[in-house]
Design a protein around this ligand. Structure first.
Ligand code: FES
Ligand SMILES: [Fe+2]
Length: 430
């Protein structure tokens, strides 16, 4: 990010802190229909269109570091195996033997130069090619192995982070990310290590869980001692990007003691990502990577929260910490803490417990007559824009009218456009 952009964003954060109303021309956000959180029909549309066509975080190269390494992955539902090929290429396949559907790998992780189904020992190369069929003479003479390789799933890398996409025709990951691809270059995705990765099951719709991490309106109220000392919610600046992505950027409150910030942000022994610029060092920023990744990014951590729908009313929350290096100490884990009652177990950290505390109760309410629609403020515009993007991804005509989000936030509010810059300049000139 160049110096002019940093200066513009810093000025905009100050301007946000001063404004007495939403920016001129920012649309009034119509209520979201409550049934978007409770309708089986809408849930099916999300599964079929959003989660089948978007790039989804699936893993990290540290989980399959060498040729022949593989890992199972099923957070998006289908059984998938991600393979570090003997040729060095990382690929994803359905973990489904082309004979009668048994899995070709049964361990969560392993290493092998061939993938062999345990049922009748059909054997595949790490590029998915079928190369071995026992008792081959009992199949027809024209039985063609070449068209019975493992079925691939699109797989691309953001540095060392692995993403998959079930849509053969999807745009490349770089294009999907748009400006984020360059903005994130300073966070060293090509060198960053996987420090920890844990899952927790939540009793609410995935959007209810995720939306707790898509606005700062709640910060002073549910995070008074954890996040509030680091984030000045009044000076928060939201930016909307193409394809449904978004960023929040907020400075620390003026009264925050710098020693307090340093104590939280500068863990001893952990290596800084030296390429991170001024905003990543001095402000809190958090990015939504559509559809289901939310991550603060700083000079110490890339710690995404990833939200996986497991049913209409349940969610698997994946808590990941990536960092450059942590010396000889234990691997950093920003989001979980040891649970003394279970020596091998872990529990969510205080911040995550705060963010998830109302999910189950909100889901109960959402299924009652009391929950009719959701009014959102300007400060919650990232949530509204996220819902607009869900409907666009599904295809607006495919969404029943009663469930639709009205598309009121136009492209004039989406990066690189930002009418706030002109308003700020006008006001400064007055
Ligand atoms: S199901 Fe895999 S070899 Fe038969
Ligand atoms: Fe929060």
């Amino acid at each position: 990010m160049d110096a002019a952009e940093v200066a513009r964003l810093k000025a905009l954060m100050e301007w946000e802190g001063q404004r007495r109303a939403p920016p001129h021309g920012f649309p009034h956000l119509p209520d979201l229909p409550a049934a978007r959180y409770t309708s089986p029909e809408y849930y099916a549309l999300e599964r079929d269109h959003v989660f089948r066509k978007s790039w989804l975080f699936a893993g990290h190269m540290d989980e399959i570091p060498e040729p022949g390494c593989y890992m199972r992955w099923h957070n998006a539902g289908d059984p998938i195996v991600i393979v570090h090929g003997m040729d060095g290429v990382v690929r994803a396949f359905y973990n489904t033997c082309r004979h009668r559907g048994a899995p070709v790998v049964t361990a969560d992780r392993g290493k092998s130069s061939r993938l062999m189904c345990g049922y009748h020992n059909w054997t595949y190369k790490t590029d998915g090619t079928l190369v071995g069929v026992p008792e081959r003479q009992d199949f027809p003479p024209d039985f063609d192995l070449s068209c019975r390789g493992l079925l691939p799933v699109r797989c691309e890398l953001l540095g060392r982070a692995i993403f998959v996409n079930f849509d053969e025709g999807a745009m490349p990951l770089k294009q999907w990310m748009g400006p984020l691809w360059d903005e994130w270059a300073e966070f060293a995705f090509d060198r960053i290590r996987l420090a920890s990765r844990h899952c927790f099951d939540l009793q609410c719709n995935w959007k209810i869980a995720m939306e707790a991490n898509m606005e700062v309106y709640h910060v002073p109220f549910i995070h008074p001692t954890t996040v509030a000392p680091l984030v000045d919610a009044r000076r928060n600046l939201n930016t909307l990007y193409p394809n449904g992505h978004a960023r929040m950027l907020a400075p620390a409150p003026r009264q925050t003691d710098r020693e307090h910030v340093r104590a939280i942000d500068s863990p001893p022994g952990w290596q800084q990502i030296e390429s991170v610029g001024e905003l990543g060092r001095t402000a809190t920023q958090s990015y939504t990577l559509f559809p289901n990744w939310v991550s603060p990014l700083s000079n110490y951590f890339v710690p995404p929260l990833v939200f996986w729908p497991t049913s209409l009313t349940t969610t698997r929350l994946e808590l990941v910490t990536m960092a450059l290096d942590w010396g000889d100490g234990s691997a950093p884990d920003l989001w979980t803490v040891p649970d003394e009652s279970q020596p091998n177990g872990r529990q969510m950290s205080p911040i995550i417990l705060e963010d998830t505390q109302f999910g189950e109760a909100i889901q109960h309410s959402a299924q009652s007559a009391a929950f009719r629609s959701v009014p959102l403020s300007y400060q919650e515009a990232r949530i509204y824009a996220f819902h607009q993007s869900l409907d666009k991804m599904i295809g607006i005509d495919n969404v029943p009218p009663a469930l639709r989000t009205q598309q009121v936030i136009g492209p004039e509010w989406v990066w690189p456009n930002d009418p706030r810059v002109a308003q700020m300049a006008r006001e400064a000139a007055e």
